[in-house]
Design a protein around this ligand. Structure first.
Ligand code: GCW
Length: 748
């Protein structure tokens, strides 16, 4: 025994301690790491050991032909990046299958190996893909094949998703293709860098530094879109300025189009209908005027010289002060036709919004207006026009019935517009997963051709045999590091893309996918978080606008309650809350039955009968269609008043419970994303309480009914809630109209 032994032991112990520290730092609890959410669901962090071992055998080499197109290069880069990250080692790059576990990707045109397989690629269609496990040269290979390069790119993302969600990949036989051909994000981004109803910072597009500077964010945006199959982006706000059509901006647009193109994302623009006057210096923008027609035609030709695959225009006309064909006594169809003709020879399309309502008339029911305007025009829209219809007849409320135009225009291409950005659902901070709302909107049955005439089947073209099909989501992206202002808002972007690709997916499966890709596949995290996500939208309905109420938000900002907002001088009555609630001594709700506005008659006879009869109308749409006495007996046996009050409380309770659930989940998530979500849930609890208290205080001042036993009274007076307001809200330009300029009470 020498004297060195104790020293060696000490040295060994020190080394071990050091290794332990390094190991903990590298592999340690996720809570120790910080993550700003920038990578969205495309994180590609190393999988758990057992999954890495399992998948590595299927990802030994990546086989690529030479001379790949930019799109196939993007697919290759994504596969390399994903596999290297998830599995901890890069697959060998080869040009032939040389061992088991090869991944071969391509089209029959791009890859002789894929061609040699003589696969039946018909199920892949124009944009879809096959993923199959096959034997090539005696080796087991995964083949990602498609008819088009973009199909391969979608297939690459599809394959990575299998790994990210820990699905078996040993015997794959997948065929996937999108049901809807145009899957578009509508950016309400202004050229000054602000975003209308944007709650995630400034615009993604940095116009001032384009076309020279192409931010890496543009590429990451395109990757994210491609990963969920989004293939179009309207770059600017529907409340458009003509500048977007100037040569200066068209250069910039072309530069962005160049970045998005390899990822299959086409660029579209919004344009003001009056552009021939404001930009072209013509005397009129009348769609029947030959000079106007020539102006648009020349402008469109100019656009296609810059952007050969330009998608077309999204138009908001004669809506909320925007110019339109009605200014010249022309119909919406004549307006759309003007642009459609200019675009047709280039293969471009027009997405013509049905969000049209004339302001000012007191007697009209706003919910009827789009139908009344558009239904008579069925069959008059050109073949390259889609009428873009919001999911509900008013405006992206927490809950609305489906828009009666769906199913009502069999000779018109109809597309669906959803709002991803949560203007009326708590904006940046509230934890509200929109999957259930989108699912509901798609699955609603219009009954126009018997059972199963769902909105999804109207817009995917299967009900009326249309070829031009589309769906749009108002984007929730911005310059915020997390893209969407919060981690959980990312799920809404994801869900929009996934449901646009396949409207039959369920909100639950999409949520589970997203959670696994974004956080972890640990069941102890996935199960409670998916459950939270699935309950979150109904909770928001409960504490904001239960039982079919709508548009009770603060004026202008749409953040926070404002049920007392009455028609203001110079403002259209339907920009108030009382117009919608119709709360009075006799009861609550908007009578849209035959005895009221008769909006129920815009639905198929079966639904008209159901909605028109309070006893048959679903509870969650009751006050949308009926004005009922405060003492009306609900199916539950409770009075309407008691029921209303309990819904508000239920919403608040949900948020409290969600906070508790989340507080136990810190071991499974990095500290930064954990904290942000926890803090935002705290904001939401306050927000929900504010909604509950203000709404109960207001409606009680009209119902004069006592609160149900055991329900706490709002802590403040109605006057307090009415006076409290938030003067500035992200995404809402200017000072909130509901706020007095001075003497603003301090928030509690
Ligand atoms: O929901 C309303 C919004 C407006 C928006 C409009 C629309 C872009 O409050 O900000 O304008 O809808 O959809 O055109």
């Amino acid at each position: 025994m020498t004297r060195r032994q104790p020293l060696d032991r000490l040295r060994r112990a020190l080394w071990m301690a050091l290794w332990l520290v390094i190991a903990v730092a590298l592999l340690g609890a996720p809570g120790a790491r910080a993550d700003d959410g920038y990578r969205l669901w495309l994180r590609y962090d190393p999988l758990e050991h057992q999954w890495r071992a399992r998948y590595s055998a299927a990802a030994a080499e990546l086989v690529a032909a030479s001379g790949l197109s930019p799109t196939l290069q993007a697919a290759q880069a994504e596969l390399l990046r994903g596999l290297t990250g998830l599995l901890g080692a890069a697959p060998r790059a080869t040009d032939d299958v040389t061992q088991d576990g090869a991944i071969l990707f391509g089209t029959p045109t791009s890859s002789p190996l894929v061609k040699g397989l003589a696969l039946d690629l018909r199920p892949a269609g124009r944009e879809g893909y096959l993923i199959r496990t096959l034997t090539i040269h005696g080796h087991r290979a995964t083949v990602i094949a498609a008819n088009t390069d973009v199909g391969v790119l979608y297939g690459a993302f599809g394959f990575l998703r299998l790994l990210q969600t820990r699905a078996p990949v040993d015997h794959l036989d997948i065929a996937s293709s999108p049901r809807i051909s145009r899957r578009v994000l509508d950016h309400w981004d202004n050229l000054d860098g602000s975003v209308e109803r944007g709650y995630a910072g400034d615009s993604l597009w940095k116009w001032e530094s384009l076309p020279e500077y192409l931010s890496p964010r543009y590429t990451d945006y395109a990757r994210a879109c491609a990963s969920i199959g989004i293939n179009g982006a309207v770059l600017n706000n529907v409340n458009a300025t003509p500048f977007i059509l100037t040569p200066l901006y068209l250069h910039k647009v072309a530069a962005l189009a160049g970045v998005l193109r390899p990822y299959g994302v086409r660029v579209y623009l919004s344009a003001p209908f009056s552009a021939p006057v404001t930009l072209g210096k013509l005397k009129t923008a009348d769609p029947l005027d030959p000079h106007v027609q020539a102006w648009w035609s020349a402008k469109v030709n100019e656009i296609y010289r810059e952007i050969p695959d330009f998608g077309g225009f999204l138009m908001k006309a004669n809506s909320e002060g925007q110019p339109g064909p009605e200014d010249y006594g022309r119909t919406q169809a004549q307006g759309a036709d003007l642009l459609a003709r200019a675009l047709a020879r280039h293969g471009g399309i027009v997405m013509w919004r049905a969000f049209v309502y004339s302001t000012g008339s007191h007697s009209e029911d706003r919910a009827r207006q789009a139908y009344d305007t558009f239904k008579p025009l069925d069959g008059e829209f050109a073949d390259n026009v889609l009428v873009q219809v919001k999911n509900g007849p008013i405006d992206f409320q927490p809950r609305e019935p489906f828009h009666p135009l769906f199913g009502a225009m069999p000779h018109t291409h109809l597309m669906l517009e959803l709002q991803v950005s949560k203007e009326y659902l708590g904006q940046r901070t509230s934890f509200v997963y929109l999957g259930p709302l989108f699912e509901e909107a798609l699955r609603d049955d219009t009954w126009t051709r018997g059972a199963g005439s769902t909105v999804a089947r109207v817009i995917d073209g299967s009900l009326y045999g249309e070829r031009l099909t589309a769906i749009a989501g108002v984007a929730n992206t911005g310059s915020s590091r997390s893209w969407c202002g919060s981690i959980f808002n990312q799920a809404n972007w994801y869900a929009f893309g996934r449901l646009a690709w396949d409207p039959d997916l369920s909100a639950a499966e999409v949520a589970a996918e997203w959670v696994k890709m974004t956080f972890t596949s640990d069941r102890r995290f996935v199960a409670p978080v998916v459950q939270m996500m699935l309950g979150s939208r109904e909770a928001a309905v409960d504490y904001m606008t239960p039982l079919g109420l709508a548009s009770q938000m603060a004026a202008g900002t749409h953040f926070g309650p404002g049920p007392w907002v009455a028609p203001a001088k110079g403002m259209p009555p339907d920009w108030s809350s009382t117009y919608y609630s119709r709360a009075d001594a006799s009861g609550l709700g908007f009578d849209r039955t035959a005895s009221g506005s008769n909006a129920t008659a815009q639905y198929s006879p079966r639904l008209a009968a159901q909605y028109g009869n309070a006893a048959a109308c679903p509870d969650n749409l009751l006050l949308w269609f009926h004005h009922l006495s405060w003492d009306y007996r609900m199916r539950s046996g409770r009075t309407l008043w008691d029921s209303l009050v309990l819904h508000y409380g239920r919403g608040v309770d949900w948020v409290r419970q969600a906070r508790k659930t989340w507080s136990k989940l810190s071991p499974y998530v990095d500290s930064q994303r954990y904290r942000l979500t926890a803090d935002f849930l705290a904001v939401q609890e306050k927000h929900a309480e504010w909604w509950r208290n203000a709404s109960i205080a207001y409606f009680q001042s009209i119902s004069h009914r006592p609160l149900p036993a055991g329900v706490p009274a709002p802590p403040d007076t109605l006057a307090h809630y009415e006076a409290f307001c938030i003067p500035y809200v992200e995404g809402s330009p200017g000072h909130s109209p509901g706020c007095p300029p001075a003497d603003i009470p301090v928030p509690r």
